[in-house]
Design a protein around this ligand. Structure first.
Ligand code: SF4
Ligand code: SF4
Ligand code: FES
Length: 206
């Protein structure tokens, strides 16, 4: 059996040897560094949609999404500077900007990754008061309620349905602010190819 290829990287000024095939996030996870995330899920392909997982890589002008960025020899990474924390916080605040404010009556209250992240980042007030989405809920299925107003477009449900369940009941429709995740042609869940397995609910962060 051949030896695994490794690279030397530096995270927050400490030197580590890691698997050369890892992303920055995977290496950081293995080493116990905590990087926040929303669209990443270990069972699914990388979407790189939320940008909550940004880190600083020496020599690069812009922050990179750690879930999508591969490690390389000699890479120097910072995961927790004041500027990074500020930038991540701005990203989460922008997500909240379009999100309903009914946490305390939401079914996911206490079991919501967005809520946990919001508290962990110390976000207590809304600084940006943007336009809220106002879509109807799809209540047609006996086991899945689709509430687009709560959706942060992380794509986990779309990916688990196609990549793990091989059903592909969900996809994106429209563009920009109006982007929404729904069954093809906005078919009600009950009339779509959905098998009501519930996997999309399990991976949804909101
Ligand atoms: S319940 Fe299962 S089949 Fe239906 S949309 Fe969700 S993941 Fe796909
Ligand atoms: S419904 Fe949930 S899992 Fe699907 S894209 Fe929206 S937030 Fe992500
Ligand atoms: S977790 Fe990396 S871009 Fe969303």
């Amino acid at each position: 059996m051949s030896e695994r290829e490794t690279v030397t990287i530096f995270i927050n000024d400490k030197k580590y040897t890691v698997d050369a095939n890892q992303t920055v996030m995977q290496a950081a996870d293995t080493l116990g560094f905590k990087i926040p995330r929303l669209c990443y899920h270990p069972r699914l392909s990388i979407e790189g949609a939320c940008r909550v997982c940004i880190v600083e890589v020496e020599g690069l002008k812009n922050y990179v999404a750690s879930c999508a960025y591969p490690v390389s020899e000699g890479m120097r990474i910072r995961t927790n500077t004041k500027e990074l924390r500020r930038a991540r916080r701005d990203i989460v605040e922008l997500i909240l900007d379009n999100h309903p404010t009914d946490c305390h009556t939401c079914e996911r209250d206490g079991n919501c990754e967005l809520q946990r992240l919001t508290y962990a980042m110390g976000i207590r007030n809304r600084h940006f008061q943007g336009e809220r989405k106002q879509y109807d809920k799809d209540l047609s299925s006996p086991s899945v309620i689709r509430d687009p107003d709560k959706c942060i477009l992380c794509g986990r449900c779309v990916r688990i349905c196609s990549e793990v369940q091989n059903v592909s009941a969900l996809g994106y429709a429209h563009r920009g602010f109006k982007t929404v995740v729904m069954p093809a042609f906005n078919t009600p869940f009950a009339e779509s190819v959905c098998t009501t397995c519930g996997q999309c609910i399990n991976v949804c962060p909101t």
